[in-house]
Write a protein that binds this ligand. Structure first.
Ligand code: PMP
Length: 410
């Protein structure tokens, strides 16, 4: 393997080369969406320039090429998360759609006696679809509490499992705090209690190695755009037997075997859950993102990101007048991807605007995790999040800018 040359990786992201005003762009909003490497942009352009055709339909060469490329990405994704077969990979438009498809598709299996457990740190995309399922079926939702240091409360979880919930919905990594759930243990506990399990991996796949067979969850979902791929494409992984029981949320062309006005017979997986023309260029772009990630020395990247996270946390604390959220008391786990903070007594939006004036891109607000913000007693917070391309200079530029904000406001 080639030696680790971080600058060479960063150089592949054209958006990071720009300046805004007098400053270099400092992009610390990867958790919202990552920047894209040139290889992803090129793959999508090539599809439109040379191979543009609909998939699975026509008998002509462009369609054959497009179909081959599209189906090859399904295999790539299966390999990427170690699914046992490619039919277990469904292309969706993103994490949100994937969770909606599961919540909708499971509805006939739920009754008013059923309980759904949801991580308090969940993103709204992993809350609202379950609330809709609860409305349709009469089932009850119970949040899994957090400990005082904002980690999932394992003892409380154990107790909740005694009521034999029908489904447990967890996040792998919290998008607001960067906290990491010990997902394999949590899934094993849920399975012992007889529950179905869904893991929201939107913030995990770009940073951690995911192995769905080892994790043993029923569903694992994520978005392409947070892992250096394009927007508009996401993944629903499901255990084959479980996917096969889902009622399709979308029906129409592509997902059928036969149609008459009397009755329609649905097709086999994966087609039965992919109605209509899919996001072909985006799927091909996602394939290029996975190839890009596969080409990198994974262990160096992990070490680089962990070091940056530690440096970022330490520099924020050094600055003074900064509160960090979601840091485990025993520091057993380094947060992944994101650091949540507030500047003493200042509104997060004011801090965000003043950082933006210095070309620092962070996200400020409730981070689509209002129940978590309530739990932490926060109206909102700022979040700095890193990616594969982030370097120490970004962190230094950010800390310097935050120091300027501090001088202006405090
Ligand atoms: N879950 C988590 C943990 C997320 O971070 C996000 C994106 N912020 C989502 C779900 C929703 O993803 P998307 O908007 O791509 O559907």
């Amino acid at each position: 393997q080639a030696p680790f040359d971080h600058q060479a990786i960063r150089d592949q992201f054209p958006a990071l080369k720009q300046t805004i005003g007098d400053h270099h762009l400092c992009y610390l909003d990867t958790a919202a969406t990552s920047q894209k490497p040139q290889a992803v942009i090129d793959a999508m352009n090539e599809y439109y320039q040379l191979n543009n055709a609909n998939v699975h339909r026509a008998a002509h060469q462009l369609s054959t090429r497009a179909t081959q490329q599209y189906e090859a990405v399904r295999q790539q994704v299966a390999h990427f998360i170690n699914a046992s077969k490619s039919q277990e990979i469904i292309f969706t438009h993103g994490t949100t759609e994937s969770i909606n498809m599961v919540a909708y598709g499971l509805t006939p299996q739920f009754t008013p006696n059923d309980i759904i457990l949801i991580d308090t740190a969940a993103h709204h995309a992993n809350i609202v679809p379950w609330q809709e399922l609860a409305k349709r079926s009469g089932a009850t939702i119970k949040p899994i509490p957090l400990t005082a240091d904002a980690q999932l409360d394992i003892k409380a979880y154990e107790q909740l499992l005694q009521a034999k919930p029908k489904l447990v919905a967890l996040c792998h990594v919290s998008n607001a705090l960067g906290t990491v759930n010990p997902i394999n243990d949590l899934i094993a506990m849920a399975k012992n209690a007889g529950a179905l399990t869904l893991v929201d991996g939107a913030q995990a796949v770009a940073h951690l190695d995911v192995d769905v067979q080892n994790t043993d969850c029923d569903f694992y979902v994520f978005s392409g755009h947070k892992m250096y791929g394009p927007t508009g494409v996401g993944i629903l992984y499901g255990r084959f037997e479980q996917l096969n029981t889902l009622t399709p949320m979308l029906t129409g062309g592509e997902m059928i075997k036969t149609v008459s006005f009397d009755r329609t017979e649905y097709g086999e997986l994966p087609n039965r859950l992919e109605a209509g023309t899919p996001a072909i260029a985006e799927v091909i772009g996602l394939g290029a993102a996975i190839s890009f990630l596969h080409g990198l020395p994974r262990e160096h990247i992990h070490a680089h990101e962990q070091k940056l996270m530690q440096y970022l946390q330490a520099q924020l604390l050094n600055l003074g007048d900064v509160s960090l959220y979601g840091i485990a008391n025993d520091k057993r786990q380094i947060n992944v991807g994101s650091v949540a903070f507030n500047l003493a007594g200042e509104h997060h939006q004011d801090v965000g605007i003043l950082l933006d004036q210095q070309a620092i891109a962070v996200r400020c607000g409730h981070h689509c995790a209002m129940p978590l913000m309530n739990e932490l007693n926060l109206a909102g917070c700022c979040r700095a999040s890193i990616g594969i391309y982030t370097n120490k200079h970004d962190i230094d530029q950010f800390i310097q800018a935050l120091n300027t904000v501090k001088e202006l406001l405090l």
